[in-house]
Design a protein around this ligand. Structure first.
Ligand SMILES: Cc1ncc(COP(=O)(O)O)c(C=O)c1O
Length: 479
């Protein structure tokens, strides 16, 4: 395809995307397709000859759109907001169009330097100090793995267990890692991938009602491990847990970790966007004492997916673990520039910063803060309505924008209540008018209402509440 043909096709496709966004509110939020429905509509072999763009567009409408659960729908309250603001989409189009090869500073100087600048813009918007140096990872899972690899080397550097020597297999002492019982599953995954072993991962209990990590328990577990000959290497603290958006007390955690020389990684994947709001910074109190932080502008903030900000105090700790130096990647500028390949796992990186740069420039921080604030207000309004409704209850404190809700008909408890909860949630989802996700909390099911899609207004939240009550009443009365 040459540039002229591309120009014509791209205009049509941009029109298609704009039409999709305009129409998305009229579609069922959750996809109704079953397993194999999408692949069953597609040819088994790739075409030998070029097809017309119109055929591709036809399949977008016929096959792809019905096969989507619409994250950009104003009545999407499932999982967490996954906003792909159209301003950010523009940056992503440019990234694909330029096709820069991010393998070294020299291979695309603008790619590296824009990433540095955008990470710094975001740092300042979050009120973080100059001590932090940022990069963009594909996700919080990767950032956590990278942080744990750096923590491992920090604990073992200078011993036979250093990765440059025998690695963990030659470690003179076993290393332990700590995270709260409510941490995201990616933390356990990262601990296992980094080679610490499940037996050396401690799940620290949480305090109620906050559901933040119990710092006293952390201290006791670390002391016990040290007495047993282990070395605490890292704590992964969560600022905004997945189920209830609970915040671990970062100041206390960092103070205890410091005594043991352990790395503290803060996983703020979803809630990090709240750092933009001064009124919510208290929740992150102590964050400056951590060793690394990651949060995802590709969730609530509005950047297209695979934009996860990862900040460290000591980039050298990453470089010491990740750096490679093959001759074909060297240039005369080495030494004077940042090589982002040495801060993470991949060599070749996409021009990731463009999507966040475009979002911040074309929307402006003020409007973004206004939108986040709107979502907080909507969440508070819904919380008040739920708490005032007979039979309805919030089962976790509202910290930002996610409500954890149960409907408890008189006389129902235990597994019967679980069945009721799952049934009314499924009824809402099946109807297509809104989308919610259930989750387990203290051994029982509850339903999460995650407010924060870019186009969600109070009217959408009200409509959701009507659907919830209707579904719960229908399930209760068996109608
Ligand atoms: C607290 C938390 N950490 C990590 C993740 C994983 O993020 P990612 O998909 O960017 O790897 C999530 C996603 O739900 C999360 O809520």
């Amino acid at each position: 395809m040459g540039p002229e043909e591309f120009r014509e096709a791209a205009h049509r496709l941009v029109d298609w995307v704009a039409d999709y966004r305009e129409a998305v509110a009229s579609l069922p939020v959750r996809s109704k397709v079953g397993p194999g429905d999408v692949s069953g509509l597609l040819p088994k072999e790739a075409p030998e000859r070029p097809e017309a763009l119109s055929a591709l567009i036809e399949d977008l409408d016929r096959v792809i759109v019905p096969g989507l659960t619409h994250a950009q729908h104003p009545r999407n309250f499932a999982w967490f907001p996954s906003n792909a603001s159209l301003a950010s989409v523009l940056g992503d189009i440019v990234a694909a169009g330029i096709g820069a090869l991010g393998i070294s500073w020299q291979s695309a100087p603008a790619l590296t330097e824009l990433e540095q600048v955008v990470c710094d813009w975001a740092r300042k918007l979050c009120g973080l100090s100059e001590a932090w140096h940022g990069t963009i990872a594909d996700g919080a899972s990767t950032a956590c793995l990278v942080a744990l690899l750096a923590a491992r080397e920090r604990a073992l550097g200078g011993t036979p267990g250093s990765q440059r020597e025998g690695g963990l297999q030659a470690s003179p002492v076993p290393l332990s890692v700590y995270t709260s019982q409510e941490a995201h599953s990616s933390v356990e995954k990262a601990v296992l991938l980094a080679g610490f072993g499940a037996a050396n991962l401690r799940f620290v209990p949480v305090e109620l009602p906050s559901r933040g990590m119990d710092v006293g328990a952390l201290q006791a577990m670390m002391d016990e491990d040290v007495s047993a000959g282990l070395r605490p290497a890292a704590v992964v603290a969560t600022a905004g847990t997945t189920a209830t958006t609970a915040f671990d007390p970062l100041a206390g955690i960092c103070a205890i970790a410091r005594r043991h020389g352990a790395w503290v990684h803060v996983d703020a994947a979803m809630a990090g966007s709240a750092l933009l709001l001064e009124g919510k910074r208290e929740l992150f109190s102590g964050i400056e004492d951590a060793s690394s932080i990651s949060w995802n502008p590709h969730k609530w903030l509005g950047s297209v997916l695979e934009t996860s900000l990862f900040y460290v105090k000591e980039p050298e700790a990453l470089v010491s673990v990740m750096a490679t130096d093959p001759s074909y990647l060297r240039s005369s500028r080495d030494g004077a520039v940042v090589q982002y390949r040495d801060w993470g796992l991949p060599l070749g990186r996409r021009f990731r910063a463009l999507r966040l740069w475009a979002l911040l420039r074309l929307e402006g921080a003020e409007a973004i803060r206004g939108r986040l604030q709107r979502d907080l207000v909507n969440a508070e309004r819904l919380a008040a309505v739920v708490e005032a409704a007979p039979g309805w209850r919030l089962v976790a404190p509202l910290t930002i924008q996610t409500l954890c809700v149960v409907h408890e008909p008189a006389g129902l408890g235990g597994e019967e209540l679980d069945a009721h909860t799952l049934a009314w949630c499924e009824a809402v989802n099946w109807g297509g008018g809104a989308h919610l996700t259930p989750a387990r909390l203290d051994g029982r099911w509850m339903v999460r209402v995650s407010i924060g899609s870019e186009t969600t207004e109070w009217a959408d939240v009200e409509a959701l509440w009507a659907l919830m009550r209707e579904a719960a009443a229908a399930v209760e009365t068996g109608s």
